[in-house]
Design a protein around this ligand. Structure first.
Ligand code: ZN
Length: 407
């Protein structure tokens, strides 16, 4: 049993505790409370156990990055300042024609290391080649690995669906934990026909698989769905695929930095929140947001909503901090196991060093982290009560050498 002490314990499901403790046993949280350990708390804390003190730090639940693509890590900086309708096909060409499966696997492994170093312990990962699933299992990263499926023409439906089922059956053999599971992801309305969407949804329902999709990401996608026009429609017609206007708009998801960088606009999060939608935060791939930093995503989300609505209450630090942790776990269906610091949940947490001239003084730990901290303040990441320590030097060297070939 281990007791962790810190200036702040931020459970998310309850208010921050100043000078607090958190006890861990067998990978799970046993108890938490303010120091010193009082009579009632000694039993929960496990007196006489190993104690680790993080002075000047806050202990927070590991971040839940609800939307990412670990396999694309090697494309960081490769597709800068391209219009989305060019960005997407160039990304696919590079991935499928220039990189081998082993190289994409390395990319996914490096992505997992980057996540863990940034305090992310759980991810909503959208993958195509299965290498992210391997990387998540290798490094203990939790979350859902959603297998992508493509097929814009109705004629491709059966073949695409059979391919998906094959992959799912293979990966599900390794589905070894309630906090790390396989899901499915019909890619997007411009690469998946309405019929295939329906078929994948039926399959997911039958198999009890979680599902995610890219929707409402770009203006081009809106043109395709509303009017059957624009660059995506033209490209499908060039491939002999009939395109009819659906006269509807897609729904909207939220990866604030990635969406802004690709000039997609700003999701109306304040309004979604008001009608009671569950909202999680994601980074998307580093090919479009460049760095996995949930602190940056949190403050970008707030600044965008306030800029958009001119309302201070559009989004605040406490709400966005919850979106980046427990809210993400709720969206992935994993909130029973993680997302907050509560007894019986997995002891997945990040230690954030607040003792930094760029962060001090700290009047309110949540506001300080949301508005002032960055991934560089993450001093340690714990999975199931064990500190994550990975030497990534060899992986980095290999990644740089592959990137030279891509130039
Ligand atoms: Zn994505």
């Amino acid at each position: 049993m281990t007791i962790f002490e810190a200036d702040w314990i931020c459970p998310v499901s309850s208010p921050p505790i100043c000078n607090g403790w958190l006890s861990v046993n067998n990978g799970r949280i046993l108890g938490l409370g303010p120091l010193p350990l009082g009579e009632g708390s000694r039993e929960a804390a496990g007196e006489g156990s190993h104690r680790i003190s993080f002075r000047g730090c806050a202990i927070i639940p590991g971040f839940v990055n609800a939307h990412a693509h670990l396999e694309l890590t090697i494309l960081r900086g490769f597709l800068e300042d391209l219009p989305f309708a060019t960005w997407i096909p160039r990304l696919s060409r590079t991935k499928y024609q220039q990189l081998t499966r082993d190289e994409i696997r390395l990319s996914a492994r490096l992505g997992a290391v980057e996540m863990l170093g940034a305090g992310v312990t759980c991810v909503g990962e959208v993958m195509d080649l299965g290498t992210s699933w391997e990387a998540m299992r290798e490094f203990g990263l939790r979350g859902i690995a959603y297998q992508e499926i493509f097929g814009p023409a109705d004629a491709q439906m059966e073949e695409a669906l059979a391919g998906l089922q094959n992959k799912i059956e293979t990966y599900r053999h390794d589905d070894d934990s309630e906090t790390r599971c396989i899901g499915v992801s019909p890619h997007a309305p411009y690469t998946v026909s309405a019929k295939l969407y329906q078929a994948v949804n039926d399959y997911a329902q039958r198999q009890g698989l979680r599902l995610t999709t890219h929707v409402g990401e770009s203006t081009e996608e809106g043109l395709l769905l509303r009017h059957g026009s624009g660059p995506f429609a033209e490209r499908l017609r060039e491939r002999g695929i009939a395109v009819a206007p659906q006269r509807c708009s897609p729904i909207v998801a939220h990866c604030p930095k990635s969406n802004a960088k690709l000039a997609h606009g700003i999701a109306r999060i304040a309004e979604m929140k008001e009608i009671g939608l569950r909202i999680a935060l994601g980074t998307d791939s580093v090919a479009s947001n460049n760095v996995v930093d949930m602190f940056e995503e949190m403050r970008s989300a707030i600044f965008q909503q306030r800029g958009l609505t001119k309302r201070l209450d559009a989004l605040d630090a406490e709400t966005v901090f919850r979106m980046a942790t427990l809210g993400g776990a709720e969206c992935l269906g994993l909130a029973d196991y993680l997302g907050s610091l509560e007894p019986a949940k997995r002891a997945d947490f990040a230690v954030v060093d607040l003792n930094d001239p760029a962060v001090q003084p700290v009047y309110d730990p949540i506001a300080a982290m949301v508005y002032s901290a960055s991934r560089h303040n993450v001093r340690a990441t714990y999975l199931g009560g064990c500190e994550v320590k990975i030497d990534s030097a060899d992986m980095l060297r290999e990644c740089v050498s592959i990137s030279r070939r891509l130039r």
